[in-house]
Design a protein around this ligand. Structure first.
Ligand code: ADP
Ligand code: MG
Length: 262
């Protein structure tokens, strides 16, 4: 390993991150560093705080304690938002605005004060739609699409700006397996080109070969940070649905034998 001074700036650096909503602590004491080029899976039972974590990391919701840096910059106007692509868990409810898939994806190329679309924008948007298997639907109205297709439009919108950091909240739920595989191939190409990926997953599924590291949340805290679970363990379902309290606090919250953070 190289000395710390030669380490590049982490893409995400969160220390003691806590989020309280309506007096309820949702996240507490989260320390998370994501290095450039990592593919990190964020796992945990429903309600464990995964979506809240990525939303607070990206400044979508305020944190109550702690600090977050993105590419070395504190959250705020100086953070390099144009280097970040984010796909939320579902299309926001107010999606009644008529727009075609191509228009939604092209809008991903407009950010901040850059009011002009970059050169080749149309081809880039078409390529991004092809990457998510929607090449034949570029002119379809998004609100007429199924939930899974809308999700794929949002993924294409995040891909089109060729982000250095891609954050995906359950990108493959409601998407059929062949499309998931195409999408994972796209993510794999981005990863090879150096993109850092943080992906919330319900199960690793076709993502498994890509995942370097898994962070498992449990009741708003990090319960595991290290190797991803094996497919066999995942199939048992225990690592993500095993929510009851253990009698022995030293016992890992999952069947895979890994080091568990205190
Ligand atoms: P996950 O993505 O792991 O399923 P979430 O981050 O969505 O979990 O939610 C974690 C917990 O925080 C849940 O108990 C959820 O009900 C609560 N929560 C999330 N957002 C809000 C909110 N805006 N208001 C109240 N409670 C919330
Ligand atoms: Mg969620």
């Amino acid at each position: 390993m190289s000395s710390p001074s030669t380490h590049p700036t982490p893409v995400i650096e969160a220390t003691d991150l806590g989020v309280t909503i309506g007096g309820q602590p949702i996240l507490a004491g989260i320390d998370l560093t994501v290095a450039q080029g990592e593919v990190l899976a964020l796992l945990g039972a429903n309600g464990s705080g995964k979506s809240t974590l990525v939303r607070s990391l990206l400044g979508v919701i305020p944190m109550t304690t702690g600090a977050v840096r993105l590419f070395g910059a504190p959250l705020g106007p100086t953070a390099p938002w144009n280097r970040i692509g984010y796909v939320p868990q579902r299309l926001p409810a107010a999606s009644g605005i008529p727009a075609t898939a191509l228009e939604v994806v092209t809008s991903g190329l407009l950010h901040g004060r850059m009011l002009r679309r970059p050169h080749g924008h149309r081809q880039r948007a078409l390529d991004a739609l092809a990457d998510v298997g929607l090449a034949d639907r570029v002119h379809q109205q998004v609100q007429e699409m199924s939930g899974g297709q809308q999700q794929r439009v949002l993924i294409a919108r995040a891909l089109v700006c060729r982000p250095d950091l891609l954050v995906l909240d359950e990108p493959t739920s409601g998407i059929d397996i062949p499309t998931q595989t195409t999408f994972v191939e796209t993510i794999s190409r981005l990863h090879e080109a150096g993109t850092t990926v943080v992906v919330i997953l319900h199960e690793l599924g076709p993502f498994a070969p890509l995942i370097d590291r898994a962070v498992v949340l449990r009741h708003g805290r990090v319960a595991h940070d290290g190797s991803p679970p094996h497919a066999r363990d995942e199939h048992a379902g225990e690592w993500h649905d095993h929510t009851h309290a253990h009698s022995d606090p030293e016992e890992p919250p999952s069947p895979f034998t890994v080091e568990v953070l205190p």
